[in-house]
Design a protein around this ligand. Structure first.
Ligand SMILES: Cc1cc2nc3c(=O)[nH]c(=O)nc-3n(C[C@H](O)[C@H](O)[C@H](O)COP(=O)(O)OP(=O)(O)OC[C@H]3O[C@@H](n4cnc5c(N)ncnc54)[C@H](O)[C@@H]3O)c2cc1C
Length: 285
């Protein structure tokens, strides 16, 4: 970006017109303007609303008290240290802030890994543990996913949000990544690239390593989900209006889906382990 760019605008609309002019290619890829505001003032206002105690209890739910700080953290408008200090100061007991601080730690960890790996974050860190090898995954993202036209109300809504808002809840990112890689058998790199085109917090480290974690190229087993899981954490908002309800790709128990998705999976031997049966995420992200 040129340092000669204009910095003063009388209102947001003027800024938007200017940016569209300056970045015609970006405008062509995605012409949506997110309602999320940039800048230090907006970051401070967002930080002031953070409730570490509520966060710990509800972060997995769509309506949960997540912070929405990621775009500010991504661009250094606010630092991890600032958020950590705020969380500890606001929490009644230190332990109430642990969950949030732990999540901040993931960002820090991925950044450190990025320093070591550089562009290798685009390469599979390990083999897939799904029973399929790399060549069995499609290299390109399918158009129906990109355009939000799969017919699955949940996935299509996440795809629309990604384009229109540039933000997705962590759980939606996990579900859409699992859908792309495991239900559609598309390489994680194609999905990761798509996310980076749209996310306001788009970050090669957090993004690619999380996609690799879902894919199982940076974890010991693939992450996937069933309809019940999605319905619970979204409080049914998508399932209720989905014509495929009761008959969608995500129906069934974890064991049934595992057999369907990974018939050749080496990890199926671990089927009896408790954490696997419950479909729990070992890292607890
Ligand atoms: C497939 C996939 C892609 C992702 N891509 C990105 C990305 O491009 N950029 C990005 O910042 N995060 C990414 N994440 C991590 C996480 O989903 C987002 O950081 C989080 O949802 C942002 O919303 P929030 O600020 O409301 O999060 P909160 O839950 O309120 O968390 C507070 C902060 O902690 C950090 N954090 C929380 N969870 C994670 C995590 N799992 N990994 C790394 N940092 C975390 C973020 O900086 C976040 O802003 C991705 C996760 C998945 C599963």
């Amino acid at each position: 970006m040129s340092h000669n760019m204009r910095r003063e605008f009388s209102n947001r609309d003027e800024l938007i017109v200017y940016l569209r002019e300056q970045f015609p290619q970006a405008t062509e890829t995605d012409n949506h303007i997110s309602e999320m505001l940039g800048g230090r003032k907006a970051a401070e206002a967002t930080l002031a609303k953070v409730d570490p105690f509520k966060y710990a209890k509800t972060r997995n739910f769509f309506k949960g008290a997540v912070t929405y700080l990621s775009p500010y953290l991504r661009y250094g408008v606010i630092s991890l240290r600032e958020v950590r200090d705020f969380a500890f100061a606001k929490a009644r007991n230190q332990s109430d802030a642990i969950k949030l601080v732990n999540e901040l730690g993931w960002r820090d960890y991925w950044q450190r890994l990025y320093l070591q790996l550089g562009d290798k974050i685009w390469e599979d860190q390990e083999e897939y543990k799904t029973g399929y090898n790399k060549s069995e995954y499609a290299p390109q993202l399918a158009a129906d996913i990109r355009e939000g036209k799969t017919g699955l109300v949940c996935i299509d809504s996440f795809s629309d949000d990604l384009r229109e808002i540039g933000y997705l809840h962590n759980h939606a990112r996990m579900w859409i990544a699992a859908y792309v890689v495991h239900f559609r058998r598309i390489r994680w790199q194609a999905g990761a690239k798509w996310f980076l085109e749209h996310l306001l917090d788009g970050d090669p480290a957090s993004n690619n390593m999380s996609w690799q974690w879902v894919a199982s190229t940076f974890s010991h087993k693939p992450y996937f989900f069933n309809r019940e899981n999605l319905e619970k954490y979204t409080e049914g908002v998508y399932c209720q209006k989905c014509p495929l309800y009761g008959n969608c790709d995500f129906e069934g128990s974890y064991e049934e889906l595992e057999r369907k998705l990974f018939p050749k999976g080496e990890f199926s031997r671990q089927r009896n382990s408790q954490s696997w049966q419950k479909g729990k995420r070992v890292k607890g992200k």
